[in-house]
Design a protein around this ligand. Structure first.
Ligand SMILES: [Zn+2]
Length: 73
């Protein structure tokens, strides 16, 4: 069985690093980072907040009355 990727010296798995989607900084993508792929809890919360605000910013214009079919006659 081939060993998993290690850093050689310590024999520990190499921690992948990704760019934090929020601040574009370096974020550890591994078990040591519970907020992956974000670099911190703050970035994770901030990104979710941005997404939420974007998602719920849908146009909330009600259609004019004339376009609604008559419901009961
Ligand atoms: Zn970040």
């Amino acid at each position: 069985m081939k060993p998993a990727a290690t850093d050689g010296a310590a024999g520990r798995p190499v921690e992948r690093r990704v760019n934090c989607p929020h601040c574009r900084g370096q974020a550890v993508y591994g078990p040591s980072n519970p907020w992956r792929p974000f670099c911190s809890e703050r970035c994770r919360n901030g990104d979710l907040g941005d997404w939420a605000s974007e998602r719920f910013r849908l146009p909330a214009e009600a259609p004019p009355d004339g376009q609604l079919p008559p419901e009961a006659q």
